[in-house]
Design a protein. Structure first.
Length: 177
């Protein structure tokens, strides 16, 4: 078998519904191959192959007591996968929080602009969530993100990424279309 990282082995083992069902059964306590095979309409050798995959992934431990081979769920087998998923969940949660804050800012800006400005007038800047004014765009068209404070040219779509230089060239030096 090629050298595969432990996380890939765990996710590969969890990809099969039979192996997941075996893990659920083993969460109730140790079991023999025959006990694990009972609810499935597959052969004992097939169950043994599933158990081998689970053992190689570090999800179960196989022990031999006299003529009985028992299988036990390893408590720390899912630690790496759980940590990986928790890290992704946290990262996506932070991204969604930033998106929510930005959308709230845009809603307030839109609401203030539509109710306070006469037709054709300029829209006043909306206050941010903490009551301070949002930062104004910089001369190059970028603006600090209202959420992170980092420079973000996507705040102003007419920023340097889409603006042509005076000589007609785009920032990359190619002709504009």
């Amino acid at each position: 078998m090629p050298d595969t990282d432990a996380l890939s082995l765990v996710f590969s083992a969890l990809a099969d519904p039979t192996r997941r069902a075996i893990l659920v059964r083993l969460s109730e306590g140790e079991a023999t191959v025959n006990e694990l095979a009972a609810p499935f309409a597959i052969s004992l050798p097939a169950i043994s192959r599933h158990l081998k995959v689970l053992a190689e992934a570090g999800l179960i431990e196989r022990t031999r007591h006299a003529q009985w081979r028992t299988n036990t769920l390893k408590a720390d087998g899912l630690t790496g996968a759980t940590g990986f998923i928790e890290d992704l969940t946290r990262a996506w949660g932070e991204r969604f929080d930033r998106l929510d804050a930005h959308l709230d800012f845009l809603k307030r800006q839109l609401a203030q602009g539509s109710s306070d400005t006469p037709s054709g007038g300029t829209t006043p800047q909306a206050a941010s969530a903490d009551g301070t004014e949002p930062p104004a765009p910089l001369p190059d068209g970028t603006a600090p993100s209202p959420v992170t404070g980092e420079l973000d040219s996507s705040i102003n779509p007419s920023g340097p990424a889409s603006r042509q230089h005076q000589d007609g060239d785009t920032p990359s030096g190619e002709e504009s279309v």
